[in-house]
Design a protein around this ligand. Structure first.
Ligand code: ZN
Length: 243
């Protein structure tokens, strides 16, 4: 079984299209969506439609929660808040109903757990950015693999049988028996690791590997649409530098 791991699309249809084209070449059996379909980008409706058509196993992200008034946005930075106000007004009711039905955590057969931010406190939308954060989520992980998003940076952690947690290279993670793993495949629509290409992951349950992938996409068109929607300059400028 091959799962495509998609996270943080953020209304970027050009990036999503490029990732789905790569997935169609990669013999994907099932799609996993790790939250933040909307927010920042200019195509929240088209992205919702596209992802819903994949019938993914999915969890809710903080921007999704904000778009359906499930999350207070006072802690968002001013740019994110302005784009969220725009998104809330633009988003169709049917997509809001879809987002409202998404859970914070999903446990799948095949030893897989999905969440957007952290597993120990998924509704607070904290971050897993180092071994200490990862350790807290490992405490609550009862499957071999947890996949998540939120930081927009591809990242991976391994917890051995003695409970020692270490960061490991994210490009190819071998899921060896006994150890447990947390993997963030990076962001489809707004990468923040300095590489502007769209990011996604593939879990292959036969070869017991998670791999991460990058694909170029039409950044200029995505930027032009954000500009045309009257959204803050910072949001479209950062796409070109992957920050
Ligand atoms: Zn996000």
């Amino acid at each position: 079984m091959r799962y495509a791991l998609l996270s943080d699309v953020h209304g970027n249809l050009e990036a999503l299209d490029a990732v789905l084209a790569a997935c169609s070449r990669a013999r994907i059996d099932r799609f996993v969506f790790l939250g933040d379909l909307v927010g920042y980008g200019a195509d929240p409706n088209a992205c919702c439609q596209c992802v819903r058509a994949l019938d993914p196993i999915a969890v809710v992200g903080n921007h999704d929660a904000a778009a359906i008034d499930r999350l207070d946005t006072s802690y968002f930075n001013p740019h994110a808040r302005r784009s969220m106000d725009w998104c809330r007004a633009a988003l169709d009711d049917s997509h809001k109903r879809y987002l409202r039905a998404l859970p914070y955590v999903v446990r799948v057969d095949d030893g897989l757990t999905l969440f957007h931010a952290t597993l120990h406190d998924p509704e607070s939308f904290g971050y897993v950015t180092d071994e200490i954060d990862a350790m807290m989520s490992f405490h609550c992980l009862d499957s071999q693999l947890g996949v998540f998003g939120h930081s927009h940076v591809p990242d991976a952690f391994r917890c051995d049988t003695t409970g020692i947690v270490e960061r490991i290279p994210v490009d190819a993670v071998a899921l060896e028996a006994g150890a447990r793993f947390l993997v963030n495949p990076g962001s489809v629509g707004q990468p923040r690791d300095g590489d502007p290409r769209a990011a996604f992951g593939i879990l292959d349950t036969d070869t017991r590997t998670v791999t991460t992938h990058r694909v170029p996409y039409d950044i200029e068109t995505a930027q032009r649409k954000i500009h045309a929607a009257g959204l803050p300059r910072l949001i479209y400028r950062r796409l070109a530098v992957g920050q």
